[in-house]
Write a protein that binds this ligand. Sequence first.
Ligand SMILES: NC(=O)c1ccc[n+]([C@@H]2O[C@H](COP(=O)([O-])OP(=O)(O)OC[C@H]3O[C@@H](n4cnc5c(N)ncnc54)[C@H](O)[C@@H]3O)[C@@H](O)[C@H]2O)c1
Length: 320
Amino acid sequence: MTVLVTGGAGYIGSHTVRALVAQGRDVVVLDTLELGDRSRVDGVPFVKADIADGRAVERAVRRHGVTSAIHFAAYKAVGESMEQPLRYWSNNVAGSVALVRSLLATGVDRMVFSSSAAVYGTPERVPVTEDAPLRPESVYADTKVAIERLLATCGAVGLRSVSLRYFNAAGASDDASIGEDWDASQNLVPRVMKAIVTGEPMQVFGGDYPTPDGTCVRDYIHVLDLAEAHVAALDHLASGGATVTCNVGTGIGTSVAQVIDLAEQASGRRVPRTVGPRRPGDPSAVYADPTMARTLLGWTARRDLRDIVASAWRWHSSGR
Ligand SMILES: NC(=O)c1ccc[n+]([C@@H]2O[C@H](COP(=O)([O-])OP(=O)(O)OC[C@H]3O[C@@H](n4cnc5c(N)ncnc54)[C@H](O)[C@@H]3O)[C@@H](O)[C@H]2O)c1
């Protein structure tokens, strides 16, 4: 009953591996370590390999008795995906096709997949429900749509799956031993932390949006809640649940200025910043309708933005 976790040495993957291990579940991590760190999953069976390497994946599945997979492995930098599209199509999409083929060849019939709210692009209305039109605005988002579609067709060949559309993952582990490194992420919370720790001003992209304080509104989801959503998705599939695509968010929209305020409260320091122009393609407000995850998976976020920012600060201020 082992769970294969691809990309398990990355940010979200490592928090999920720890959540699985804490519940006594058997796990094997498969990661190239190109962007991951082995020490985040110390003591967990580990295979250094690419998801596209069919022989390595099939060997890992057989050796560890894998019956399900959680598939995090991917490149995730939106800007980079526009500059190096083939790298993204190849690693994310071709890699996922190869992985699915290896899983089916070895009798693994369940997968949880890391999708993204980026598939919605600029939504017509918020909160966003899963039936909103898909309007990817980057190659990265295109690859997530393509893999969701791949998985939607795989029921016919025996693979059931849950695609989780993450909103803005953030925060760190309770023991402040793992978190989101600002060197590896363009996301807001690590950028705010970097500004506090280094004193280098961060840029706020746009202060003139039609939102209460003029800054963009997003749905920040604690990485530990996200980890729990994966466990719930695995349980849904283990109990015979059908293939489904679910938002994973809190349903609460929070502005950039609110995140900065909370970071100042948590750290007791000012966040040095400048307000610059809007970033092309940044919608003013995106947040989830998380009803489907609650009703189908029995999952709801338990932590709030204060918990996210406090945990990120504990991790960043403890020397990372
Ligand atoms: N961080 C977010 O806010 C966010 C939001 C939406 C979706 N996602 C998705 O969640 C997943 C995990 O994101 P993360 O933030 O933990 O990223 P991350 O970069 O920290 O982790 C990705 C891991 O995958 C590994 N990897 C990449 N390509 C691989 C391959 N071909 N074979 C094996 N390993 C490979 C990397 O070495 C890394 O350890 C990604 O699919 C990402 O697109 C992330």
